[in-house]
Design a protein around this ligand. Sequence first.
Ligand code: HEM
Length: 398
Amino acid sequence: MTTPAVEYDPYDYALDENPHPVWKRLRDEQPLYYNEQYDFYALSRYRDVLDASLDHETYSSGRGTVIEMMDAPLADPPMIFMDPPRHTSFRKLVSKTFTPRRIAALEPRIRALCAGYLDPLQGEECFDYLVEFGAKLPVMVISSLLGVPESDQDQLRIWSDMTLHREPGETGPSQESLDANREIALYWRDQIEEKRRQPVDDILSDLVTADVELPGEAPRPLTKREAVAFCFLISNAGNETVARFLGWAATLLARFPAERAKLVANPDLIPNAVEEILRYEAPSPIQARWVTRDVELHGKRLPRDSKVALLTASANRDEREFPDSDRFDVTREIRQHLSLGFGIHFCLGASLARMEARVALEETLRRFPTWEVDESGLEMVHTSTVRGYAKVAIRPGA
Ligand code: HEM
């Protein structure tokens, strides 16, 4: 009997629960995989994903980075869906506002938010770590980052929750979700006007008062539309990913209690544990690209004008790069995982994400040194851009 050729369907919810065995087979048997049904290629080995992330001329983001969106690219794309030189101009503008001083200044606010959510949960027999904490924290942090007044942050978080609303059986956004999205856009427009009128020392003020230097154009401020798009990009990129990270953290540390005990005994290991959690279960597991020229890989042709999925989460488990790669080890020496991307689109919020993850784990472990996860109650989020849990019920003290 021969084993059937490996198939990888990124839209298969059952497979999404644990795609690692399939990704391992792709790495071993079909490092350049082609999926006929959805007409895309996939790279799953560390070296290939890294090389492709570094070669933005061959592997373009210009038609988007989500497979099912590439046939009808957006007319007005966000920076993450751009190539140089436009990407370079926008990235330069926004990078200047993400100063290390501003990111570091957020740490006390993040700690206070953690205390505000976690303190009332102490003494509870069981609670949902994501619903009560992990999904709330990132939205509040992004609002703080952009300079939204604290009195408005909870309203933005409520709208942001509503944007995720789906009617039962529907995959598209509900009316409630579209309405909430509109409220958020209007809110950003007001904030942008306000910060243009009266700039203060925050990221949004800098973003809307600086000039962007686009090729062939005189330097000019962002249009209101472009500025709103930036607010959405930063919120979308920073909310869902950190929430998924916290879901993985709660689950993995419960599945590997000896690793968790090391962090409780020695919190200095937490920054490295953050990297290991990111490596082990990438919150954003797939980055797609458009291939702009024929490429020879593993004796096969990756043709020009095709879609290719860079399987970041598989690359992070490639045993060619990470010895004993399926072992979860908070003391592992990690040279470079790919969960925050690589190359020109490397995560703009990486240092914030790392700090937020570290502070959230420090504050969690200080209050709850042990917990058990109700594995049967875990619920996955199924979107094209993130992989992880929406619900993680935990029982502290177990
Ligand atoms: C654990 C949390 C996070 C993960 C796993 C993550 C992951 C990623 C990845 C993989 C990319 C590269 C996408 C590509 O190559 O196509 C990226 C880009 C980006 N991330 Fe993050 N991210 C996280 C948190 C954040 C936060 C907190 C922010 C905002 C403050 C943020 C803002 C961005 C932006 C704006 C880009 C686009 C950069 C560009 O196109 O030049 N991310 N992120």
